[in-house]
Design a protein around this ligand. Structure first.
Ligand SMILES: Cc1ncc(COP(=O)(O)O)c(C=O)c1O
Length: 401
């Protein structure tokens, strides 16, 4: 039976457009000029792009010239990983990245757009190390230090994990990496706009972010590229973005991203406390009412709104579908991998069993999540888990063989 009540707990997959972002984008539709055109139509569009760049740069502590607009977070990440196979990058002396540097380090829990780009590099002759994580998703520091050497050219480690919310100490990892002369990239798609991020304080060389995770539009992202650090365009054939990303600028998306950033600046801090409180209530409601559960991700050093939980003896996909019938949207694994029935690579890397990984769901709260929503979700979860466990093939033992 379908319900009229809707509770959206999938903010790590994407977020609803902020009303102010929508307003700004609708207004910007009147500006149709090509920002590269020299006439007035073009100049007006150029102003929108550059004002937006300045707003974004100021939010992350960068210089506007260090911000390159991209089509998505995935494109920003691909661009950085692709730098490694670029001859110019391998020869770069400014940052000590000589031709001899053939190694890349990343982790086992990165977003697929990093993992698969890294795997491509390996096919093209790079030595790629996928460093493991502990039970809570924190990088194994000893293993990281062991893999890091004078041969390491590039390191890519995410700031906040999209499935379990665990935060990495990017500042410290970057410091260790720089001491060996390696360049450092962080995928901050799930972090920017949720926790304070300052590129100068972190001292990262590259940082990726995305519009649709912070109540902005889809199809717009950005890459921070530290001044003086080597860069090769991933998309070639145009002078846009100072020759760093070809293609006519997505003016509407850029305006939407800048407005989303402006709203994050106003709302982020207060929202963090509120969302964290709601998540703890949700966690408590589950702990007190549902037996055989296990929470995944770091208990404290994680995104305020992300709760990943395994329900033993139940299938995550079945839980998702029954919750959907109650109007509640959650996810299993990452949004782009959730059509796959393979257990999440992130949960597997934390060392939990296949059965626990199969029985996990991710609930990610956001700016519109209310206490009533949380109480409703707890009530429905109790019913759904009871039902799914009864019908689950896992519970009947079919999958134990
Ligand atoms: C950690 C992380 N990196 C990268 C991406 C890709 O961003 P986009 O959807 O903008 O391509 C996502 C999206 O799920 C993500 O969560």
């Amino acid at each position: 039976m379908l319900t009229n009540r809707k509770v959206y707990l999938d903010h790590n997959a994407t977020t609803p457009i902020h009303p102010e972002v929508k307003k700004a984008m609708v207004a910007a539709m009147a500006t149709f000029g090509n920002p590269s055109s020299l006439h007035e139509y073009g100049r007006v569009a150029r102003l929108l792009v550059e004002d937006s760049r300045a707003a974004l740069a100021s939010f992350i502590g960068a210089d506007p010239k260090e911000v390159v607009f991209m089509g998505s977070g995935s494109e920003a990440n691909n661009t950085v990983l692709n730098l490694f196979s670029c001859a110019g990058f391998r020869k770069c002396e400014v940052v000590g990245c000589s031709l001899g540097k053939k190694e890349v380090i990343t982790t086992k829990i990165e977003h697929p757009c990093v993992l698969e780009s890294a795997a491509c590099l390996a096919e093209r002759g790079a030595v790629v190390h996928f460093v493991g994580v502990d039970r809570y998703g924190k990088i194994n520091l000893d293993e990281f230090k062991q893999k890091l050497s004078e041969n390491t050219g590039l390191i890519s480690i995410m700031m906040a994990n999209n499935e379990i919310g665990t935060l990495q100490d990017v500042k410290e990892l970057c410091r260790i990496s720089h001491a060996k002369g390696a360049l450092f990239h962080t995928d901050a798609v799930q972090a920017v706009g949720k926790i304070p991020v300052n590129v100068k304080d972190l001292d990262v060389d590259y940082l990726s972010l995305s519009g649709h995770k912070i109540y902005g539009p889809k199809g717009i992202g950005a890459l921070y590229v530290k001044k003086g650090v080597q860069f090769c365009p991933f998309i070639c054939g145009g002078h846009q973005e100072h020759g760093r990303r070809a293609g006519t600028e997505n003016t509407l998306g850029i305006v939407g991203l800048a407005k989303a950033i402006e709203m994050r600046k106003k709302e982020m801090i207060g929202e963090h406390e509120r969302v964290l409180k709601l998540k703890m209530l949700l966690k408590q409601g589950i702990e007190e009412n549902i037996p055989d559960v296990q929470f995944n991700g770091h208990p404290t050093d994680s995104l305020a709104g992300t709760l990943n939980v395994s329900f033993l003896g139940a299938e995550g996909e079945a839980i998702l579908l029954y919750l959907d019938l109650e109007g509640i949207a959650v996810s299993t694994g990452s949004a782009c991998a959730s059509a796959s029935l393979d257990p999440s690579h992130v949960l597997t890397a934390t060392g939990i069993s296949q059965e626990q990984a199969h029985g996990s769901i991710r609930m990610s709260l956001g700016r519109e999540t209310s206490l009533e929503d949380i109480n409703y979700v707890i009530k429905k979860l109790i019913k759904v888990i009871k039902h799914v466990r009864k019908i689950s093939t896992v519970a009947s033992g079919d999958r134990h063989g």
